[in-house]
Design a protein around this ligand. Structure first.
Ligand SMILES: C[S@@+](CC[C@H](N)C(=O)[O-])C[C@H]1O[C@@H](n2cnc3c(N)ncnc32)[C@H](O)[C@@H]1O
Ligand code: SF4
Length: 388
C-alpha cells in the first residue's frame, strides 16, 4: 500500500481522543471529564478497535502517516493499552514506517514512571503539559502538578530516549509579569525540550475562569511584551517559530500538526474526537464522534458513534483551507491550496487580492501563499476579511 492511494487525495493521519483527566483545570474547555472511579481501559480500547474497523473504509487504502493520542490525559492509560491500540491501527490500516506517534502526557500523575514503557509501546514523541514552571501559577490554574514534577517529567522523557519532546506553555497568566513568562520559557529550554507550544491563556466562557475571570490578568501591552521576549528567547535557543504558537529545533516540527495545517485527512477515534476526510468522490467531510464517553463506548462500531457529519464545499471549504494554512509561517504551496480548496489559481488570486493589497498576505516567488509578518500578527483580522 502506498502512503497516498490516488493523486489529489491528502495523506491520512489518525487522532485518538482519551477523554479523562484526574481533575479539570480551571481554564480548560477541551472535551475532558474528571475521572471518577476506575479508568475503563479495556472497554475503551476495545471500543476504539470497533470504531477503527467501522471507519477503515474511509482510509481509501492509505497507510497512516502519523498518529496523535490526545485528551484529556492519555498518559493515564497503561502503556500496554496504548501498545495494543497502536498494534491494532497497524493491523487494520498499516502505519507508515517511521510515522510520528505523539502521546500527550501530564506531569504529576503516576504515569511519569511509565514514560519508557510508552516508548517501547511505539510512541515516538511526547507532548508534556508543563504550562508554567511557577508553583503559584500552576496552583491557580488548577494543575495537579508543581514545577518540580514538570521538570522531572521532561528529564524522565529524555532519559527514556524520547527526542522531539514538546512542552506546552501558557502565558498571560493571572498575576504574571513579562519576566515570569520569560523565565518559564528559559526554564523549559534549560531542560532541553525540542519543541515548545506557546499559547496565550484564553478565557473560555464555559469554564470556572470564564464564570469568574481572574482580576489580575495582564493587560494587552504586557501580553505583547511577553510574546516579544519569549519569542526572542526561543529563537536564540535555536527554536524557530513555524506556526502561530509552535516553535521547533530543526527537524523537530510536528508532522501530525503540519498535516492539520496543510488540510490533510484524519480519522477521529474516541468520545468527542473530530475527523476530516476526503471521500472517493472528492467530497470533504468533517465528523465528530458522540461526545459522552459511556454512550460513545456503547455505540462504537455502529452508526450512532458518529455524532455529527458536515460536508464542506464552496466558499466554506476554501476558507477552512486558509484558516489552517495561514497559521504556518511559511504558508502553503499555492498548488496545494488550489487542490485542497477545489479552486483555480486565478480564483484564489481574485479572492485573496484585498488582503494582499493590505500587505497581510504574500504570494511568494517559490509559489507559496503565506501571511506577511504583519498578517501573522493580525491573523484574526485577516481571517475575518476572508470569512464567507
Ligand atoms: C489538549 S490540551 C491538554 C493537554 C494535557 N491534558 C495537559 O493539560 O497537560 C493542550 C494544551 O492546550 C493548552 N490550553 C488548554 N486550554 C487553554 C486555554 N484556555 N488557553 C490557552 N491554552 C490552553 C494547554 O497548554 C494544554 O496543554
Ligand atoms: S489536564 Fe489538560 S485536558 Fe485535562 S482539564 Fe487540564 S488542560 Fe484540560
Amino acid at each position: 500500500m502506498s502512503a497516498v492511494s490516488a493523486p489529489g487525495v491528502p495523506p491520512l493521519a489518525v487522532y485518538v481522543h482519551l477523554p479523562w483527566c484526574l481533575q479539570r483545570c480551571g481554564y480548560c474547555d477541551f472535551h475532558a471529564h474528571a475521572l471518577r472511579g476506575e479508568l475503563p481501559t479495556q472497554a475503551y480500547v476495545a471500543a476504539l478497535g470497533r470504531e477503527l474497523r467501522r471507519q477503515a473504509g474511509d482510509a481509501l487504502g492509505r497507510r497512516v502517516a502519523s498518529v496523535y493520542i490526545g485528551g484529556g490525559t492519555p498518559s493515564l492509560f497503561p502503556p500496554e493499552a496504548i501498545g495494543d491500540l497502536l498494534a491494532d491501527l497497524d493491523r487494520v490500516l498499516g502505519v507508515a514506517e517511521g510515522a510520528e506517534i505523539t502521546l500527550e502526557a501530564n506531569p504529576g500523575a503516576t504515569e511519569t514512571a511509565r514514560l519508557a514503557r510508552f516508548r517501547e509501546a511505539g510512541v515516538t514523541r511526547l507532548s508534556l503539559g508543563v504550562q508554567s514552571l511557577d508553583d503559584a501559577s500552576l496552583a491557580r490554574l488548577g494543575r495537579i502538578h508543581d514545577a518540580a514534577a514538570a521538570r522531572a517529567a521532561v528529564a524522565e522523557a529524555r532519559a527514556a530516549g524520547f527526542r522531539g519532546i514538546n512542552a506546552d506553555l501558557m502565558y498571560g497568566l493571572p498575576g504574571q509579569g513579562v519576566a515570569d513568562a520569560e523565565a518559564d520559557v528559559a526554564g523549559v529550554l534549560e531542560l532541553g525540550v525540542d519543541h515548545v507550544s506557546h499559547y496565550q491563556l484564553t478565557i473560555e466562557p464555559e469554564t470556572p475562569f470564564g464564570r469568574r475571570p481572574p482580576a489580575d490578568l495582564p493587560d494587552e501591552a504586557a501580553v505583547l511584551a511577553m510574546e516579544t521576549a519569549c519569542r526572542r528567547r526561543l529563537a536564540a535557543a535555536g527554536l524557530a517559530r513555524y506556526e502561530v504558537s509552535a516553535f521547533a529545533r530543526p527537524g523537530q516540527r510536528s508532522a501530525h500538526n503540519i498535516g492539520y495545517w496543510t488540510f490533510g485527512d484524519y480519522l477521529g477515534l474516541g468520545a468527542g474526537a473530530a475527523g476530516k476526510l476526503t471521500g472517493a468522490d472528492g467530497r470533504v467531510v468533517r465528523t465528530r464522534q458522540e461526545p459522552a464517553p459511556q454512550r460513545w463506548m456503547a455505540a462504537a462500531g455502529g452508526p450512532e458513534a458518529e455524532g455529527e457529519r458536515e460536508v464542506l464545499s464552496g466558499p466554506a471549504l476554501r476558507f477552512e483551507v486558509f484558516l489552517n494554512g495561514l497559521r504556518l509561517c511559511e504558508g502553503i504551496p499555492a498548488t496545494l491550496a488550489a487542490a485542497r480548496s477545489g479552486c483555480s489559481r486565478a480564483e484564489l488570486a481574485a479572492w485573496l487580492a484585498p488582503v494582499r493589497e493590505r500587505g497581510w498576505l504574500v504570494w511568494t516567488e517559490a509559489d507559496r501563499i503565506r501571511p506577511s509578518a504583519a498578517g501573522l500578527e493580525m491573523l484574526d483580522s485577516l481571517l475575518l476579511e476572508l470569512m464567507p
